[in-house]
Design a protein around this ligand. Structure first.
Ligand SMILES: O=C(O)C(=O)C[C@]1(C(=O)O)C=C[C@@H](O)C=C1
Length: 303
């Protein structure tokens, strides 16, 4: 059976995302995001589900770093989950709790709520939201900030539900596989790459210009340090469009020329279904027609 690893343990938001992307029957939890990537690279899983970006706290850096270290994997699907938390505690824990734990992204999304409702509680970082729930069960922490579904997995008391400082917080999750057949383009797609550019004036501006000149709308840009090479960065670009489109292929070739290394991280349908913006003169037909014209000139068919 095709097995899908997810960033666990059971009861994370990532498990919810994996259920949406791949169904419930063939999922198994792994403790860390690098372990989810490794499960696919080693063949222990056919796919992996990991968080990539949160609307409040930004990129999930473990996912970005795992995408460059090791054999290439590609994202073939994504899902966006609205994020609202529950707070769980043990029935014999101090009331109010003296410690509250969660994933750093979760703590960042409930900072105001904790300041108002549990101002004395020490905030501790756990491997994931559900990892914090396990820590509460084990007596390591008094309370955990978790996904609502975690209350079904762990024998804990619900202290609060529907907790969120920002009502429309969302996290985007990816389904990763080994490179192979790509999903079909839909007109509402996202392409992801990571680029290493030379450390000289204007090199990032040059990469961005290649996208801008082709009317390609960027949806995310993150920089991550190259480990062991202080002051050097890799750039993660997400942009509208699919590598199967002539305009995107043309841009990728240009980025390849301008950078020291490019890794393709996938082209797949956007979860929000937002169609790509197409600038006048920069549609796929325009690129195809322009290529045909150059071909004709080369053959001496046009003056
Ligand atoms: O800890 C979890 O439950 C996760 O799935 C990770 C994660 C994240 O990385 O942002 C996912 C969604 C929430 O924003 C908080 C934590």
């Amino acid at each position: 059976m095709v097995r899908i690893a997810f960033f666990g343990p059971e009861g994370t938001f990532t498990e919810q995302a994996a259920r949406n992307l791949a169904g419930a029957d063939r999922l198994f939890p792994v403790e860390t995001i690098p372990a989810a990537f490794d499960a696919v690279r080693s063949g222990a899983a056919e796919g992996a589900c990991v968080p990539v970006e949160n609307s409040v706290e930004g990129p999930v850096t473990a996912t970005l770093d795992s995408a460059v270290d090791g054999d290439p994997l590609v994202a073939v699907a994504e899902v966006l989950l609205p994020i609202r938390f529950s707070v769980l505690t043990r029935s014999d824990a101090p009331d109010p709790p003296r410690t509250v734990a969660s994933h750093p992204h979760a703590l960042a999304q409930v900072r105001d709520w904790l300041g108002e409702h549990l101002p004395e509680a020490q905030q501790l970082v756990a491997s994931s939201t559900a990892g914090a729930a396990v820590g509460v069960v084990d007596g390591e922490y008094d309370a955990a900030v978790v996904a609502p579904v975690a209350a079904e997995h762990y024998p804990l008391r619900v202290l609060a539900t529907d907790v969120a400082d920002l009502a429309d917080a969302r996290t985007r999750f990816l389904l990763l596989r080994k490179p192979g057949e790509l999903p079909e383009p839909t007109g509402a797609d996202r392409t992801s790459i990571v680029v290493a550019a030379a450390n000289r004036t204007g090199s990032l501006a040059g990469l961005l210009a290649e996208l801008a000149m082709r009317g390609i709308n960027l949806t995310r840009l993150d920089a991550r340090p190259v480990k062991g090479d202080y002051g050097t960065y890799r750039f993660f670009f997400d942009f509208e469009g699919h590598v199967a489109e002539p305009r995107i292929a043309d841009a990728l070739a240009a980025l390849r020329r301008r950078s020291t290394h490019v890794r393709f991280l996938g082209s797949h349908p956007r979860a929000d279904g937002v169609a790509a913006t197409l600038e006048a003169g920069a549609g796929n037909d325009d690129f195809t027609a322009a290529d045909s014209w150059v071909e004709a000139v080369r053959k001496g068919e046009l003056a």
